[in-house]
Design a protein around this ligand. Structure first.
Ligand code: LLP
Length: 384
């Protein structure tokens, strides 16, 4: 064992693959439940972070709901046993068949992102003689201080209904018979480590609620989305991450009416730390100015470094020799296929197992078949 990895068992498996520590996932879920239950908060796991069937099943067993952004995610959640009444459906571009899937299953709520979408949901629900429960996703114009590609709460983002248009969407609501306003939905971005952003969100939501109260519109549900970040530099640090402080912010800064229900949609913070991409060193190549460790995983298995310049801690699991410096690169025919530059690793030799840590969220699910590669397999600590 090195760093809690069952090396001998991992050595027998065909690389590259994802390895999930299910004990850590269960501990993380227990922590989430304990801290959320303290305030009666509801947690819907953001399926987009990882839709692996076993991962979804463990999350469902631990009582969380599912936050879906496509018909495919709704199907995956139902297949993993999530009750339809614990499924919320968000997304700027819901296709008619996806809305119908949600209506046929009587999901808890559609998070609606535009007036045009509201009209379509009303029409499709009407055709089925149903009334769809809807939360309006409002763009709160709060800066999440995170990577530009994953910030979502600013005016220029495509997400949500702009504050300036909220009144006209509320007017529209009053004319529609097959939609019922049950809540407001917000999401300001992902990998948020400056928790004061969530405090700013609370202030903004309070203002919005006060404005709506002037129109005598009171909503029963407030959904604050996801976004809590993880510590990519210290995958072993506990707690992973700090749900206690996170939920406490909303408890402290939101004035709720007694009947109001509070919802969250964390993805990364639930599954990020329990997953590792395991890859094997194919070659060590001495370049003109640096050494390359060429591994058998590429951005086809983990695209985050190439797409967002994201950092993932890299460890040599099978060497104890003195550290040397390497660029760790994959086999894909693109220069961006690099996992890290000038990385200190225990001396690398052909056949060594390399771990790319904190890859449980937006790892396996974003894998592709570019270069005709196979999608990675997944293995789990409790069944290995
Ligand atoms: N709710 C909504 C409406 C979202 O758009 C997202 C993420 C979440 C919840 C979950 O956010 P989380 O708790 O995971 O931060 N592929 C990128 C992340 C994209 C996040 C998109 N939306 C990455 O690898 O960093």
């Amino acid at each position: 064992m090195k760093g809690n990895f069952p090396i001998n068992k991992l050595r027998e498996l065909q690389t590259p693959f994802y390895f999930y520590n299910t004990d850590l996932l269960r501990d993380t879920l227990a922590l989430i439940r304990a801290e959320a239950d303290r305030y009666g908060f509801h947690v819907h796991y953001a399926v987009k972070a990882n839709a692996n069937h076993k991962i979804l099943s463990i999350i469902r067993e631990n009582g969380l709901g599912a936050d879906c952004v496509s018909g495919g995610e709704i199907k995956a959640s139902l297949a993993a046993g999530f009750p339809a009444k614990k499924i919320v459906f968000a997304g700027v571009g819901k296709a008619d068949w996806e809305i119908n899937l949600g209506l046929d299953n009587d999901i808890f709520c559609f998070n609606v992102e535009s007036a045009a979408e509201l009209e379509v949901i009303n029409e499709l629900a009407g055709a089925k003689n149903k009334v769809a429960s809807v939360a309006l996703r409002i763009n709160p114009e709060v800066d999440a201080h995170t990577h530009a590609y994953i910030t979502t709460g600013l005016k220029e983002n495509k997400f949500g209904i702009n504050l300036s248009q909220l009144d006209s969407v509320l007017d529209l609501f009053e004319t529609l018979k097959n939609v019922k306003l049950i809540g407001l939905h917000f999401h300001i971005g992902s990998q948020i480590t400056d928790l004061s952003s969530f405090q700013s969100l609370c202030s903004r939501v309070t203002e919005i609620q006060e404005n709506m109260a002037r129109r005598r519109i009171l909503v029963e549900n407030l959904n604050f989305g996801g976004g809590l970040g993880i510590d990519y530099h210290h995958p072993n640090h506990l707690p992973i991450p700090d749900f206690k402080e996170y939920f406490a912010i909303f408890h402290k800064h939101m004035k709720l009416r007694p009947e109001q229900q509070v919802h969250f949609e964390p993805g990364r913070s639930v599954v990020g730390q329990c997953g590792t991409l395991i890859t094997k060193v194919l070659y060590v190549k001495e370049g003109a100015s640096k050494n390359f460790a060429i591994v058998d995983a590429g951005f086809t298995e983990l695209i985050r470094p190439a797409l967002y310049q994201a950092y993932h801690r890299i460890e040599n699991l099978t060497s104890e020799e003195a550290e040397e410096v390497y660029d760790v690169v994959g086999p894909i025919c693109e220069s961006s296929d690099s996992f890290g530059k000038s990385v200190d690793l225990n001396k690398v030799r052909r056949g060594d197992l390399i771990a790319l840590r904190s890859a449980g969220a937006y790892g396996e699910i974003m894998a592709s078949q570019y270069n005709c590669r196979q999608l990675p397999k997944a293995y789990f600590s409790d069944t290995l």
